[in-house]
Structures are given as structure tokens and as C-alpha cells.
Design a protein around this ligand. Structure first.
Ligand code: ZN
Length: 159
């Protein structure tokens, strides 16, 4: 079966930037996603389109095709009490913060007594990323998966 819109694709992947490996799925279950529903980066979907089980591919994405360029304006000072993440704060730590737009991910830049300076760029923004992907399985999606817009089962949504 070829990867096309509304197939459920299971993949193992290795994600790296120019400095080395960032993430690796091989010590857990493969990740399952519903193809053609914007569950993964559009540029990755495009590269996977038409491939079949057992195929491997390596794709390198410029920041613009991955998580975007870093925005130097994306720093803000927020009261520490607005952080969802509790515990000791140190520069570089990934935290979750309550904002008017809901809970977002950010990285600590500087810690003060009552406030913290956060960088709200995506942690992978500005990076050129290489994905080494192994296609573990391709199957048709169930009615339920199509109505939810994501994959269920091993490596998919559990709910
Ligand atoms: Zn669901």
C-alpha cells in the first residue's frame, strides 16, 4: 500500500540538526500519524507521499520548511506565577506558560525574583533539520480515525 491521503503511516525516525541528534524514536514504538491531515510538517508529508512499507528516506529541511525562522522579538517578561511548570528555573529550561492564547511552550532566558524572561520561539525554529525515516507500516484509516483527524492505536492517540 502506498502512502496517500487518509492512510495511517507508522514511522521510525531520527531527527538531527548540524550539531547532532535531537530526537530518536527507535527506543519506543514507531510514531503513527494520519497522512494528509496536517498532523506532521507539510514538507515531510510531501516527501513521504507515494512511499511504501520498508522504504527509508533522508530529508533535510531548511528552517523555512521546518519550524520557521527565529523571531528575535519573541522574548517576553512574565510573572513567574504564570508558569505552569513548577520547580527550579534555569536559563535554557523548557517551560509551559499560561498566556491569553492558552498554554504555550517557551524557553527560559533569564530568571529574576518575581519575573522570568522567556523566549517563545519554537525550540526547533531557525534550525536546518534532517529526518532519517523508516516506514514501518502503511494501512487504511478507520472511520473513527478519519472523524477524529488523527491515528489511533500503537504510536497514535490514546484516549
Ligand atoms: Zn481520536
Amino acid at each position: 500500500m502506498q502512502i496517500s491521503k487518509n492512510t495511517v503511516v507508522s514511522i521510525h525516525y531520527r531527527l538531527s540538526d548540524e550539531h547532532g541528534e535531537i530526537e530518536n524514536s527507535h527506543n519506543a514504538s514507531p510514531m503513527a500519524y494520519l497522512h494528509g491531515q496536517n498532523n506532521i510538517l507539510p514538507s515531510l508529508e510531501k516527501a513521504l507521499e507515494g512511499k511504501t512499507k520498508g522504504e527509508q528516506l533522508s530529508i533535510t529541511l531548511a528552517p523555512e520548511d521546518a519550524y520557521g525562522l527565529r523571531n528575535p522579538q519573541s522574548q517576553q517578561r512574565v510573572p513567574i506565577k504564570h508558569l505552569v511548570t513548577k520547580g527550579k528555573l534555569t536559563p535554557g529550561k523548557a517551560v509551559k506558560v499560561n498566556t491569553q492564547q492558552g498554554v504555550i511552550n517557551a524557553t527560559v532566558v533569564k530568571v529574576g525574583k518575581f519575573n522570568v524572561d522567556l523566549d517563545t520561539n519554537h525550540p526547533l525554529a531557525g534550525k536546518q533539520l534532517t529526518f532519517n525515516i523508516e516506514i514501518v507500516d502503511v494501512r487504511g484509516a478507520s472511520e473513527e480515525e478519519l472523524s477524529h483527524g488523527h491515528a489511533h492505536g500503537v504510536g497514535g492517540h490514546a484516549h
